[in-house]
Design a protein around this ligand. Sequence first.
Ligand code: DX5
Ligand code: ZN
Length: 223
Amino acid sequence: MTPAIQIAPSILSADFGRLAEELVSISEGGADLIHVDVMDGHFVPNLTIGPMIVEAAKRATKVPLDVHLMISNAEAFLRDYVEAGADMVSVHAEAVTHLHRAVQEIKSLGAKASVAINPATGIDGLDYVLDDLDMVLVMTVNPGFGGQSFIESCLPKIESLRERIDKRGLKVDIEVDGGIKVDNVQRVVAAGANVIVSGSGIFKTPNYADTIKNMRERAEAAR
Ligand code: DX5
Ligand code: ZN
């Protein structure tokens, strides 16, 4: 069975001028994790958040920070982000040369370890690190921007990954990220995802708590 549902609002769609207030609203509104999108203008065509903002976010909320590194040479920055307050760190399989080493390092720094894969990346490359992972992040848009449309071909990939994890008796979460809203969350959960990232699907709605509640109800119903 799909593990417990966790809702992870992505602050990429928050109002950065009022970031602390936004973090409080989303935390009181029922977020299980706060998803933090780090982009370097190199691995993805956009620039966002450095460790200083992660540190500031950490001061504003007790909800665990789920840091998604969309950066080249992520190995060089793992310590900075964990020391800034990341509770879990995702590195992209496409951006890291020594994936096994990066995963071990995240864990030795005391954070949970996750590997992210782009829409065009298959799951076979995860086979020899799967036992060591807390989570796999399946991108359901091409990383770089909020507000893009969900890519349908990611659904069978989520199904295959859940099957593989279950067959091996592992406890690995599957996080989905990109284009997830109240009206399609059931589909990704039915496929086997359980950690739901949503940026515009939450922050562009008037009442965050209501949206998180609706999303959770629909997700639970699809488990
Ligand atoms: C995209 C980021 C996502 C983004 C999702 O590169 O990794 O986390 O914030 O935004 P929505 O939910 O609006 O597609
Ligand atoms: Zn993300």
